[in-house]
Every structure is written in C-alpha cells, then in structure tokens.
Design a protein around this ligand. Structure first.
Ligand SMILES: [Fe+2]
Length: 179
C-alpha cells in the first residue's frame, strides 16, 4: 500500500507512477535516472516540502511505500551528510537548486574509507548510487546559498552505514526524517 502524503507535483507523475507500480522488487537505477532526467520538476513545484533546519540538513518526505520513498532534502550553506553507504538500496537524486558537492570514497580492507573523487553537480544534474557505494554530499556554497535535492530511495533507506575519514569501521546510522 503506497502512501502519498500531500498532493505531489504533476511533473513527478511519471516517476511516481513507476514507483507506485513496484510491489515485489526495488527500482531499477537506470530507470530512476532516466525518469529524473526527463522530469521538468523545479524547486517551485516542491515549495510545500521545503523545510530547512539550522542543526542539520533536513529530509522532507514527499511520498513512500514499502518499496520506495521520495524526499526533498534541504541543505543550508555548510551542511553535509555523513560519509555513508546505501545498504541494500538504490538511490538517485536530482539537484533542484544550488550546487551539490559529492565526495565518493573507496572502502578499505580495514573498514575505513579513502576519498576517490570529488564532483560538483548543478541544477538539473543527477547523482546515482547503490548498495555499498559510499559518498558524502555537501552544500559547500557560501553563506546563505541554499541547496535543494530531490531523492528517490528504493527500498527506503532506513539504516545506512556511516564512516569516518579517520579510518574507523562503519557504524549503523539512521537519518532524521520529517513528514
Ligand atoms: Fe547517499
């Protein structure tokens, strides 16, 4: 049984139609990337899901079922995710406004991580990750510059592993979520 929390933007109809059709398997990451790329969704379309927090980036739930969730993530300047993997989920997100900085990490035999590459993504660009792929996402823009990203996880990513660049082994972590 799928749940739609508030009326979803029309620009997300093809994406949500695909996601609501998932009843016994997770989404295909290439399909998610294509649907996000093709969607004309803008930050204005998700205005009622925009909520920022001073303490941490804010995850605002737009739609969910046992097989997916869609969240609008709002990042103030300087806010960043932990270094995290994606458990058994696929994840694709689209930058709606601002610049999103991603550092991808390699996993080391001792359980630590090492930075592998850094890339900035601008409005309209897509970032895709799955399973053990490990990264950190940040808003490294200057004071007052906001970042908004639209994320799809399938199945919902409830508990991921987080890592320290100091080399500590991963620990389970649960992201705060606002609905
Ligand atoms: Fe991620």
């Amino acid at each position: 049984m799928s749940t739609l929390l508030r009326p979803a933007p029309a620009a997300l109809a093809p994406l949500l139609s695909y996601l609501h059709g998932l009843t016994d398997r997770r989404a295909d990451l290439e399909v998610l990337q294509r649907l996000l790329t093709e969607s004309a969704v803008s930050v204005d379309d998700v205005a009622e899901f925009l909520h920022f927090e001073d303490r941490c980036y804010c995850r605002n739930l737009l739609a969910e079922s046992p097989w997916f969730n869609v969240l609008v993530l709002c990042w103030k300047s300087g806010q960043r995710s932990p270094i995290h993997d994606h458990a058994q989920s696929v994840c694709a997100f689209k930058v709606l406004t601002g610049v999103c900085s991603e550092v991808a990490y390699d996993l080391l035999p001792d359980g630590g991580v090492r930075p592998a590459r850094t890339r900035d993504y601008r409005a309209g660009e897509i970032v895709a990750s799955h399973d053990s792929e490990t990264h950190e996402v940040s808003n490294l823009q200057g004071d007052g510059a906001e970042l908004v990203t639209l994320h799809v996880y399938s199945p919902p990513l409830k508990t991921m592993r987080v890592y320290s660049p100091a080399g500590a082994a991963g620990a389970a972590w649960r992201a705060p979520e606002r609905s």
